[in-house]
Design a protein around this ligand. Sequence first.
Ligand SMILES: NC(=O)C1=CN([C@@H]2O[C@H](COP(=O)(O)OP(=O)(O)OC[C@H]3O[C@@H](n4cnc5c(N)ncnc54)[C@H](O)[C@@H]3O)[C@@H](O)[C@H]2O)C=CC1
Ligand SMILES: O=C([O-])CC(=O)C(=O)O
Length: 263
Amino acid sequence: MKIGIIGGGAIGCFVAQRLEASGGGAQVRLVRPERLAEAAGDGVPRVARVADLPDGPDGIDLMVDCAGHAALIDYGAQILERGIDLITVSVGALADRDLEADLAAAARRGGTQLHLASGAIGALDCLAAAKVGGLSKVVYTGRKPPAGWRGSLAEERLDLARLVQAERHFEGTARQAAALYPKNANVAAAVAIAGVGFDETRVELLADPGISANIHEVTASGVFGAFTFRIEGKALPDNPRSSALAAMSVISAIERRRTAITT
Ligand SMILES: NC(=O)C1=CN([C@@H]2O[C@H](COP(=O)(O)OP(=O)(O)OC[C@H]3O[C@@H](n4cnc5c(N)ncnc54)[C@H](O)[C@@H]3O)[C@@H](O)[C@H]2O)C=CC1
Ligand SMILES: O=C([O-])CC(=O)C(=O)O
């Protein structure tokens, strides 16, 4: 399988290194035009346009977006329409109904699939199965140390440097959370898509100076019964906003495409 990567940050580097270590490194990196001239320190050739991705028998089979919402917006539909499957961590971008419709239409035209990585959360399989019987309530609570909220709207709503106890800086729907916190609420979006949707999923986001992990909690109830899922995810060393599990989930999604028997 020939894989291309978008994003050379905390998640993208983890994914690239793991692919390299497993013997099947990335074939190409899709970068913004202004980054094209930079020396490819990782040895992976760069292109700045979807049209320039390798084609033909040696063409790319799978693109992996590890870059964030802008990348899915900029390249997602073109990739899918070109006949290349796409795995993305930028799940929250789908809170935009027009983008979601564009991506779905492009995937239909290209005969491809957009795969949403499970990211920093789990229990999405449970939610999706429970949805079949009918879900009555889904609540997601995201809690990170203050450093995990730097660069987000939380900075405007709280004095992150002076917090002495956990403070909530957002309460609302998953659609609002995903749009307002593009780097922090992809998990809320994943929970919404697996369960009762963007407008029915309730979300709370808190900054907590008393914790060192990114703690995500989902509670759901419905015809199936009820469950609570809680995870304390360690952040990636290069980015306190992003849980290591999010990067691991991309590799896991790739590996599941390679095996004959999968979950
Ligand atoms: N689904 C989930 O559970 C999670 C999703 N995420 C998403 O993943 C994104 C990336 O996370 P990190 O790697 O930790 O961030 P990061 O800030 O370390 O790296 C982002 C990388 O993407 C590149 N980039 C940004 N826009 C681009 C574009 N339009 N085209 C090409 N490259 C572009 C940047 O240059 C940078 O190299 C976050 O912004 C967030 O939206 C993050 C954590 C969990
Ligand atoms: O990595 C995490 O813990 C969650 C995150 O940033 C997101 O949902 O976008």
